[in-house]
Ligand binder design. Sequence first.
Ligand code: FAD
Ligand code: SF4
Length: 520
Amino acid sequence: MTNKRYQTLRLILGDQLNASHSWFQHQQKDVLYVMMEVAQETNYVRHHRQKVLAFFAAMRNFAKALTSKGFDVHYLRLDDEQNTGSITDNLAALLARYPDAQLQCQLPDEYRLDHQLRSWAGAENITIEWFDSEHFLTQRNCLDKIFKSDDSLLMETFYRHMRRRLGILMDGDKPLGGKWNFDADNRKKLPKNVTVPEPLCFANDVSDIDTMLSNCGIATLGNAQPQRLLWPTSRAQARQLLSYFCQHLLPYFGTYQDAMALPEQHQHAWSLFHSRLSFALNSKMLSPLEVVTNVVEHWQQRPDEIELNQVEGFVRQIIGWREYVRGIYWRFMPNYKNQNQLQHQRDLPGFYWDADTHMNCVRQAVQQSLDYAYAHHIQRLMITGNFALLAGVNPDHVDAWYLGIYIDAIEWVELPNTRGMSQYADGGILATKPYVASANYVHKMSHYCSDCYYQHNQKTGDKACPFNSLYWHFIDRHQQAFAQNQRMSMMYSVWHKKTPSEREQILQQAQRYLDNMNTL
Ligand code: FAD
Ligand code: SF4
């Protein structure tokens, strides 16, 4: 850093790597850009090693790109002597050094950081000039404008509003193809004869960062190959991943969106037809608009190869779900983080950390998460999330696991998905019914059951699949919460048609499993 006197300090957080931001469109002599690797961020939860490596590598590349364009960047490495480990303490030190400087920040996406910066500034009498991060398609309070009350915050309503507002896949005021949603054509099990392209993996050498993490004693989880980090760590790589998706994966994205890999494919096709763009998006190396625009353009150029249902399924995830969960987060934080509507209190079983379980579906999903810091949506929702919900695990523990293990996990998107969609801890704000399923579903959508120690078609007995009795235990113990829910009425009628002794045996089986959860 030079001895210049800066008039402005601009903080760039680790997930604000948006090269198109207006901050970077013109060089300004008196501006110092500030980036920092801080212990408060590596330690607020135990993260996957690949996640910390990928964020720091992407931040360093971003800083390098800014410097090469002539911007002044003050980059604090985790092991820099002046680094206090705290964002606000580091900022205070810089402001002491440049007493005339005005502090500018982009709005953080996490409540935690927003609160930290605002309360520090308030206490220290520092004025922060706030800027939008210029990434999202909506504002934090977008749901207030679309929904009058909290009673029916339907994603589908939000999604249609976004399609109309952005004019994406529209024919005038009507949805292209006559339907808003092509789910009926999607959600197929993966047949054995479909070849899944290998995921595009980079080989970024981040061993210097890895050594630094070890020297600084940063505790992480999961496996990593620091000489070959597979995640994109620059905008150029993020763009490559996007074009690989459009070229090779988009033609089947919708059809196999809910499928799970065949056992023999786990080694080379662990992400199936999913884009794996979430890290590039959440770090803001890619913008959501550029992603959907590229996808729609590819479809327009190759109409014979790519059907509308594939494209619509993908567009819905980005302009629908992604923006919607952010709206939910900002509408309900900070209380959302403490919701535990179903009063679940059990500990997360140990096999979530080491994949040591006889349940093949859980073993595969957890092992894959440990190896790649990635599992696709259905593994997160219907395998690990479903099991935790059936077993009545405390949502605080479930949140901490999801927030740590996934490459894309940042609280604004992790929390509504985990606590809301997956654990129903928000009492139905985000999902109209709990996402619970027995082995029937897993067997229908995957090939896990045929290779499992447990029998997917048994509810009781030594080898009965735990998902089955736990499913009915969940239904039984939450009768009061769900018996009136129209979407659950069929489950309750099936449960009540069973004889009292059958019900008793199932509940006893579930209780045995719950009492010995770590041995399953
Ligand atoms: P694709 O299947 O290719 O989808 C494309 C993009 O759509 C994703 O990159 C993502 O940006 C967006 N998207 C899809 N579904 C969702 C969704 N439900 N919410 C928000 N965006 C979505 N996503 C995260 O980015 N971070 C998280 O921490 C996270 N935690 C989750 C926890 C649980 C329990 C569940 C059920 C889902 C979670 N998701 C999270 C949503 C989703 O699973 C991931 O976005 C997706 O698996 C990322 O892989 P992909 O890029 O290959 O996605
Ligand atoms: Fe999972 Fe049960 Fe199927 Fe085994 S039998 S893979 S535990 S659903």
